[in-house]
Design a protein around this ligand. Structure first.
Ligand SMILES: Nc1ncnc2c1ncn2[C@@H]1O[C@H](COP(=O)(O)OP(=O)(O)OP(=O)(O)O)[C@@H](O)[C@H]1O
Ligand SMILES: C[C@@](O)(CCOP(=O)(O)OP(=O)(O)O)CC(=O)O
Length: 383
C-alpha cells in the first residue's frame, strides 16, 4: 500500500492563454504568463492511495464521487504511468483511490482546474516516483494547470512540436523577486459559470479573427515587455500590460460568435474604479485582470492595499450578513473608510453585497506534499 498527498496553488494569468491548436494534447496558440498564488487561502489538496486490496479505481472531488473515466484524468494518469513503467512495477499494477478538494469555489472562473490538475499530477508523480518535467503532464489535465507546477512568475511556452513535448511551463522569476506584490480577489459571483473556458476558447478559435491577430501580432511583443517590467519591478508598466491583456482577451470573447460574455456590470464597475484610482495618482497603483468569469483579480503593491481596500469597501459595501468571513487574509482594521480619498475620487456607493467576499493573498510557491491525508488506508474519504 502507498499513500501520498499534495497541495497545489492556483495561478492567475497576466498574459492570457485562450485558444488551442490541438484539443487533445492541449497545445495553446500563444504563450501565457501568470503568478502562482500562495496556497494559504486558495489551493487544491489531493490524496492518492494505491493498494493491492482496492477492487476498483475511485475518484472523489469536493466530497462527491465522480467518474474515474474522465478523458483528462485518464490522459494524465496514462502519461505518468508510461513514464514510471520501469519503476516500482508492484505499485503500477494496483488500483488507486483519488480524493481531492478545493478550499475555494470550483468551476467559477477562479482557476480550480489549474490547481486541481497540478495537484493531481504532482501527487501521481510522487506516487509513482517519477522525476523531472511534469508541467507537460499537468497541461494534459487543463492548459493553465502547467503553470501551477512552479512558484513565482511562470511562463507557459506554447512550443512548436506537434507532440507537445516543448509546450511546458518555466519559472521566470521566483516569488522572492517581487515580495511586495499582493493579490486581491474580488469575488463577484461564486456560482458555476455557464460557458467553460474549454468550450469558450474552442468557439473563439473557430469564429474570432481577432484571436489570431492577438496571438500573431500582439502576444509575442507584449510578452517580452511584460517580462522586462516584472524583472525591473516596474509596477506602472506591469499594470498597464496586465489590464490591456485582460481587456483584449475579453474583446476576443466578445468577437466570438455567439459571444462568450464573462464580465458583468459589477466587473466593469471594478475596472472603472481601478482606472479612476490610478488617474488620481497619475500612475498605475492597481491592475485588474478577469478570467472566464466576473470575478476581479487585482495586482497591487503592499503599500497601497489598505488605502485601495478602503475605496473598494466604500463603493461596494460588504453584505449585511456574514461580515466576519467577508475579508479573508487580512485584519479587519484595514476595512476603515478613508474620507479624504473618497471625496477626491467623487465616488458613488452601491447597495451592499455586490461583492460576496474578498481574498487577500500574495505570490507563492509551487506544489508541496503533506502527511495530512484525505483518505483512510482503506481508501475511504475521511470526511
Ligand atoms: N481538485 C481538483 N481535482 C481534479 N479536478 C479538478 C479539481 N478542481 C477542479 N477540477 C476539474 O476542473 C473543472 C473546472 O474547470 P473550469 O475550467 O470549468 O473552471 P475553473 O478552473 O474554476 O475556471 P477557469 O479555468 O476558467 O479559471 C471541474 O469540473 C473538474 O473537472
Ligand atoms: C481565462 C484563462 O483562465 C483560461 C484558462 O483555461 P483552462 O486552462 O481552464 O482551459 P483548458 O485548457 O481547456 O482546461 C486564462 C489563463 O489562465 O491563461
Amino acid at each position: 500500500m502507498k499513500i501520498v498527498t499534495c497541495i497545489a496553488p492556483v495561478n492567475i494569468a497576466v498574459m492570457k492563454y485562450w485558444g488551442k491548436r490541438d484539443e487533445d494534447l492541449i497545445l495553446p496558440i500563444n504563450d501565457s504568463l501568470s503568478a502562482t498564488l500562495n496556497t494559504n487561502f486558495m489551493c487544491a489538496k489531493t490524496t492518492i492511495l494505491a493498494s493491492p486490496d482496492l477492487k476498483e479505481n475511485k475518484f472523489w472531488l469536493n466530497g462527491k464521487e465522480e467518474s474515474f473515466e474522465g478523458k483528462r484524468l485518464q490522459n494524465c494518469l496514462r502519461e505518468v504511468q508510461r513514464r514510471a513503467k520501469d519503476m516500482n512495477p508492484d505499485v503500477l499494477g494496483w488500483k488507486i483511490a483519488i480524493c481531492s478538494e478545493n478550499n475555494f469555489p470550483t468551476a467559477a472562473g477562479l482557476a480550480s482546474s489549474a490547481a486541481g490538475y497540478a495537484c493531481l499530477v504532482s501527487a501521481l508523480a510522487k506516487l509513482y516516483n517519477i522525476e523531472g518535467e511534469i508541467s507537460d503532464i499537468a497541461r494534459l489535465g487543463s492548459g493553465s494547470a502547467c503553470r501551477s507546477i512552479y512558484g513565482g512568475w511562470v511562463r507557459w511556452h506554447k512550443g512548436e512540436l506537434s507532440c507537445g513535448e516543448d509546450s511546458v511551463a518555466r519559472q521566470v522569476v521566483p516569488s522572492s523577486h517581487w515580495p511586495e506584490m499582493r493579490v486581491l480577489i474580488l469575488v463577484v459571483n461564486d456560482k458555476k459559470k455557464k460557458d467553460s473556458s474549454t468550450s469558450g476558447m474552442q468557439r473563439s478559435v473557430d469564429t474570432s479573427d481577432l484571436l489570431l491577430y492577438r496571438s500573431d501580432k500582439i502576444v509575442p511583443k507584449r510578452m517580452e515587455e511584460m517580462i522586462t517590467s516584472i524583472k525591473n519591478k516596474d509596477f506602472h508598466n506591469f499594470a498597464k500590460l496586465t489590464m490591456q491583456d485582460s481587456n483584449q482577451f475579453h474583446a476576443t470573447c466578445l468577437d466570438t460568435y455567439p459571444p462568450c460574455v464573462y464580465m458583468n456590470d459589477v466587473s466593469h464597475s471594478i475596472s472603472g474604479l481601478v482606472h479612476k484610482y490610478n488617474e488620481l495618482f497619475d500612475e498605475n497603483r492597481v491592475a485588474y485582470t478577469f478570467d472566464a468569469g466576473p470575478n476581479a483579480c487585482l495586482y497591487i503593491l503592499e503599500k497601497d492595499v489598505e488605502e485601495f481596500l478602503s475605496v473598494v469597501n466604500y463603493v461596494f459595501p460588504p453584505p449585511e450578513v456574514d461580515q466576519v468571513e467577508y475579508l479573508t487574509g487580512m485584519p479587519l482594521e484595514n476595512r476603515k473608510i478613508k474620507n479624504d480619498l473618497i471625496n477626491s475620487l467623487n465616488l458613488t456607493r452601491n447597495e451592499p453585497g455586490l461583492l460576496k467576499y474578498i481574498i487577500h493573498t500574495n505570490v507563492g510557491e509551487g506544489p508541496t506534499s503533506t502527511d495530512d491525508h484525505l483518505l483512510s488506508l482503506n481508501g475511504i474519504p475521511l470526511k
